[in-house]
Structure formats: structure tokens, C-alpha cells
Ligand binder design. Structure first.
Ligand code: UDP
Length: 335
């Protein structure tokens, strides 16, 4: 049984990846200090997989505590590193917090890996590193632009740290992850006030918000609203498992886009949510949000040819699962 360390394994994408690792026959070991998620995701993982999962409540920037985990567990086949802060807005207000944590945790992790002969790492990167792309869809060789936020800068720096290190690495550049596991037992439990579109749609549908404000409808796109590539979190989770199997056979440095390759406008997303869930949501058109990219979607040829990975789930399915998660959260909050 191949033991895989998953930092941030109780988080949104981490918890879904832990489930997929178990389904594929890996043994995940979670490190998560629950600073921006909930124990509920650990319980949810255990319900889905039908057994206990090993979890260390450790901060990844704490070298001594991290060393203890490596010493206790012995050699890991590989590491999947999710643990990071993820609010673009907060990173602008408090950049130091982001550099210290996001860059600091990778630094500690790489030191521990080196000391304990763990060679392989899968890293959560982001399409934010492309900034406003000149050519669409973006491929992995598209230029990486000056990041719009310290959050984006930490992703660029971490990718660079991996290239400068002796480890084998896969950097996965996520497009826009949405949705949840079909059981609605795991999902995004972060305490950040949502700023992403899909949680804002679901919060409006459930009545926590009066309406969605669409940030601008005067962009150079077919309906005037911005275009993104929304990827179901379960599909995204599977790309990590395939990346791990891939890197065990193909040492070196790799970078893959992980998206659907399909550009969806804000209005398309709202309409699809309404249709998939047979529910209406209020919205109005507001000002553009500063720093927003007009349109971006992925060229996924490389990930398809190298990992045999392709998004399987439809936008409708993702919107249904997002709505189920919102309803489940409300039940949990009331109980
Ligand atoms: N968006 C919007 N209203 C909101 C939140 C998001 O119109 O309340 C738009 C946003 O301008 C962007 C798209 O939805 O065009 C996706 O935004 P999100 O923050 O989810 O992802 P990102 O912009 O970071 O890719």
C-alpha cells in the first residue's frame, strides 16, 4: 500500500482527493490544522470511505512538528500539498500572511521530504499565474504574467521553488473548481466570506443573500460577462491521483492545466444553476470588479495525453452538487 501525505487534506479539494486516493488503493495520511476548514470534512471522508483516516493536527510551517510526522510515518511514496491560504482579497490586505504561510509551508515540506527520502510532490497551483492571457485557450507554455495579487505571486514562487529543488514535481494549474462530492458529506468549509461565483449563487438561492451582483456586462464576450473554465472538484481530485501514479513512473518536473477547456460566462453559469436545480436566483448587473480577467479557459491537451485525464462531469452535475452542499451546510449550521 502506497502511503501518500496530503497536506490540507481536510480542505475543499484536499478532502475530495483523499476520497479518490482511497478509492484507487493509496493510503492517505492527512496533515491539517483546520485553520480554514472543519473537522466535519474528516468525518465526511470517513463516512464516504467507510473507515478511519489518519490525520495529524499540525501547522505545515512548524518544522519540528512536521519532522515528527515524517519520523513517525516513515517513508512516503509522495506528497500532495494543498495546505495554503486562498483568499485573493485577503492576500492584498495582508500579503505577509500569504508569503509566510504559502511559501513557508512549501519550504518546510521540501526540507522534510529531502531529509526523509521522499522525492515526489504534487502541488496545487492556479491559472491565476497566466494573468490576462493574450491567446486562448491557455496552454502550459503561455507566458506567466505579473500576478494580480500576493496570492497569485505565492503560486508563482512555489512553482519556481519546485523547479529549483531536486524533487520530482507535478504542478497542477487549476481553473475554477466548483461543486462537491455527490454525498454532500464533504465540501468547502472555509470560514472566508465567499467571493467566488458559485458559492454566491448557492447562498442567494438559499436566501442568505438577496441577489447576485454580476460584475460587469460590458466585456468583449458574447453576452458581455466574464468567461471562466469551471471544473467539478471530483474531476479535479482525480487528476491528483493520476498525477501521483504518473510521477512515480516519470520522474522530473511537470506542469499541467486542469480544466474542462470550455469557456462559460457568468450568465451561462447562473442559467445552468437555475435549470439544473429548477430554482430561480435574483441577480443584477453591477460594476466591474477590479483585477478581473475578461476571459480564460484551458487548453487541456497535455494533461489528456500524459495522464489520460479529462473532465467527465457536466456543468449541470456540478451545479446540482453545489446546491446539495449548500442545503447540507444549512442543516449542519442549524443543528
Ligand atoms: N462574479 C460575479 N459576481 C460575484 C462573484 C463573481 O459576477 O459575486 C464573476 C467574476 O467577475 C468572474 C466570475 O464570476 O467573472 C468568476 O469569479 P470567481 O471569483 O469565482 O473566480 P475568479 O475570478 O477568481 O476566476
Amino acid at each position: 500500500m502506497k502511503k501518500i501525505l496530503v497536506t490540507g487534506g481536510a480542505g475543499y479539494i484536499g478532502s475530495h482527493t483523499v476520497v479518490e486516493l482511497v478509492k484507487t488503493g493509496y493510503t492517505p495520511i492527512i496533515i491539517d490544522n483546520l485553520c480554514n476548514t472543519s473537522k466535519q470534512n474528516i468525518n465526511g471522508i470517513e463516512k464516504i470511505i467507510g473507515k478511519k483516516v489518519k490525520w495529524y493536527n499540525v501547522n505545515c510551517t512548524d518544522k519540528i512538528a512536521m519532522e515528527k510526522v515524517f519520523l513517525k510515518e516513515g517513508r512516503f511514496e509522495g506528497v500532495i500539498h494543498f495546505a495554503a491560504y486562498k483568499s485573493v482579497e485577503e492576500s492584498v490586505q495582508n500579503p505577509k500572511k500569504y508569503y509566510d504561510n504559502n511559501v513557508g509551508s512549501l519550504e518546510v515540506l521540501l526540507q522534510c521530504m529531502q531529509g526523509h527520502k521522499t522525492q515526489n510532490i504534487i502541488f496545487s497551483s492556479s491559472c491565476t499565474i497566466y494573468g490576462m492571457p493574450d491567446i486562448l485557450p491557455v496552454n502550459e507554455n503561455s507566458p506567466s504574467k505579473t500576478a494580480e495579487s500576493p496570492y497569485g505571486e505565492t503560486k508563482q514562487l512555489c512553482e519556481k521553488m519546485l523547479l529549483d529543488n531536486t524533487c520530482n514535481s507535478v504542478a497542477l494549474r487549476y481553473f475554477n473548481p466548483i461543486g462537491s462530492h455527490k454525498s454532500a458529506l464533504i465540501g468547502d468549509c472555509s470560514s472566508d466570506k465567499p467571493s467566488n461565483l458559485v458559492p454566491i449563487i448557492t447562498e442567494t438561492a438559499i436566501g442568505k443573500r438577496e441577489k447576485i451582483i454580476i460584475f460587469g456586462n460590458d466585456y468583449n464576450t458574447p453576452d458581455g460577462t466574464c468567461i471562466r473554465d469551471y471544473i467539478h472538484v471530483v474531476d479535479l481530485a482525480k487528476s491528483h491521483v493520476l498525477s501521483m501514479s504518473f510521477i512515480l513512473k516519470n520522474p522530473g518536473k511537470h506542469t499541467f492545466n486542469v480544466g474542462t477547456g470550455i469557456g462559460i460566462s457568468v450568465l451561462d453559469a447562473i442559467n445552468t444553476f437555475e435549470k439544473a436545480n429548477k430554482i430561480k436566483v435574483n441577480y443584477s448587473i453591477g460594476q466591474r470588479r477590479s483585477g478581473d480577467i475578461e476571459k480564460i479557459y484551458a487548453n487541456c491537451n497535455l494533461v489528456k495525453s500524459e495522464l489520460a485525464w479529462e473532465a467527465q462531469k457536466s456543468l449541470e452535475e456540478a451545479m446540482r452538487s453545489a446546491w446539495n452542499w449548500e442545503k447540507r451546510k444549512e442543516i449542519n449550521e442549524k443543528s
